[in-house]
Design a protein around this ligand. Structure first.
Ligand code: SF4
Length: 186
């Protein structure tokens, strides 16, 4: 028999105390994740940005506005899904997560996933996708394709922040969220 899942509030309290990697030094607060604890869809992004670090909630800046619009295309609202990140603390200047930070932080994400036990995991961008699928294949090749990791259906999509700097990504994001909606209705 598997381990009993750890309640999300217990995990969130552990994360709030965590000092396992140097990112704890620069944070305003940890960003555990937010949403429906019984969600059918778990969305995994990269790491908190400036606004997320200030508010303690994932995807609240421009990328968050983009994500809300995209969720609507899939027929989802924020309250339907749970949103978390690979890292729980903001990397300085929004630099990329480092391998050692990912290694130290992702046991929290694994436990969150076990507790929420979603049917679908939507990975946003390269870091979440490579971590969940244990692959070196990049998001450009994998986005919009249904994958499997253990018992979870995994659907990689570009990170919504990508469309802030490159509007050509927006069409791909819209198409992929529309496909996600179709998969959810099946
Ligand atoms: S990023 Fe993760 S491992 Fe590092 S201090 Fe924050 S919660 Fe702990």
């Amino acid at each position: 028999m598997g381990k009993t899942p750890i309640p999300l509030d217990v995990l969130a309290a552990e994360v709030a105390q965590c000092r396992k990697c140097p990112l704890c030094e620069g944070r305003t607060q940890t960003v555990f994740g937010d949403g429906n604890p019984d969600a059918r869809v778990l969305i995994i992004g990269e790491a908190p940005g400036k606004n997320e670090d200030l508010q303690g909630i994932p995807f609240v800046g421009k990328a968050g506005q983009n994500l809300n619009q995209l969720l609507e295309i899939a027929g989802l609202a924020r309250e339907d899904v749970f949103i978390a990140n690979v890292l729980k603390c903001r990397p300085p200047g929004n630099r990329d997560p480092r391998p050692e930070e990912i290694e130290l932080c992702t046991p929290f994400l694994r436990e969150q996933t076990r507790t929420i036990n979603p049917e679908f995991i939507v990975t946003l961008g390269n870091f979440a996708t490579k971590f969940v699928l244990k692959t070196d294949r990049g998001i450009t090749r994998l986005h919009g394709t249904l994958q499997q990791a253990g018992r979870f259906k995994v659907f990689p999509i570009y990170h919504p922040a990508a469309a802030i700097y490159d509007r050509s990504k927006w069409e791909a994001l819209e198409n992929d969220f529309a496909t996600l909606g179709e998969l959810l209705r099946k």
